[in-house]
Design a protein around this ligand. Structure first.
Ligand SMILES: O=C(CO)COP(=O)(O)O
Length: 251
């Protein structure tokens, strides 16, 4: 059966690389995307904000999409050091990650702030990738589904549709650790996310749900085949072009 949701493989480069590294990586990934001429999946890379414009330029014409890792909720103003969704759009971005657990932990981002950032992405014409995920303590306490539900209810704005929202499920304990949930645990989390989204959006069946946390070439096929998984949000492995392209091939 043909997939109804086009898989999205997104690379979150986090705070890594200066221009020379980023351009080399972007060119290698873009060449792979161009050579594969995939029409059935999308590839996205999210470089640090300072490199979005250069990476977007390097990706031009290849089919590789470029996004930001975060944005401010406001379009402009006295917010020293911040970057707006409009600025990312202007630099060539089409997507923006909001509410990554590292920002929730490092910068105290609450669900309400994440929701405002997702709305900012819409205002600027960007597609937000809203991140949610439980900590190890929450999983061990049997609270995973409850935590995901609370985060979704707080972080997904009213008006979300299959066309304007992507959700990434990233268990905090799986990020950068080499540990992943089992395929059954991923499928259970994603099924619950889709069910909760049903109450929030009315068209949850079409919303793409990405899994993130220690995805690599060798485990991508089984994680991406889990029920309700429509792609991946990849950290460390997205910094190596061949590894990122191998994940994309597995989708
Ligand atoms: O946080 C992540 C992507 O946003 C996942 O990171 P890793 O793939 O390095 O575990």
């Amino acid at each position: 059966m043909a997939r109804t949701r086009r898989p999205l493989i997104a690379g979150n480069w986090k705070m890594n690389g200066v221009k020379a590294d980023a351009l080399a990586l972007a060119r290698d990934v873009a060449a792979g995307v161009k050579a594969s001429a995939w029409s059935d999946r999308e590839l996205l890379v999210c470089p640090p904000a300072t490199l979005v414009a250069a990476v977007a330029e390097a990706a031009k014409g290849s089919g590789l999409l470029v996004g930001g890792q975060n944005c401010h909720a406001k379009a402009s103003g006295a917010h020293t050091g911040d970057v707006s969704a409009e600025m990312l759009k202007d630099a060539g971005a089409t997507h923006v990650i909001v509410g990554h657990s590292e920002r929730r932990a490092d910068c105290g981002e609450t669900d309400a702030i994440v929701k405002a950032k997702a709305e900012a992405a819409w205002r600027a014409g960007l597609l937000p990738i809203v991140c949610i995920g439980e900590t190890l303590a929450e999983r061990e306490a049997g609270k995973t589904l409850e935590v995901l539900e609370t985060q979704l209810e707080g972080s997904v704005p009213a008006g979300a549709t299959a066309a304007n929202l992507v959700v990434a499920y990233e268990p905090v304990w799986a990020i950068g650790t080499g540990k992943t949930p089992t395929v059954a645990e991923v499928a259970a989390a994603h099924a619950h996310i889709r069910k909760v989204l049903g109450g929030l959006t009315g068209e949850a069946a079409g919303v793409r749900l990405l899994y993130g946390g220690s995805v690599k070439g060798s485990n991508a096929a089984e994680l991406l085949a889990a029920g309700d998984v429509d792609g991946a949000l990849v950290g460390g492995a997205s910094l190596v072009a061949a590894e990122f392209l191998a994940i994309a091939k597995a989708a």
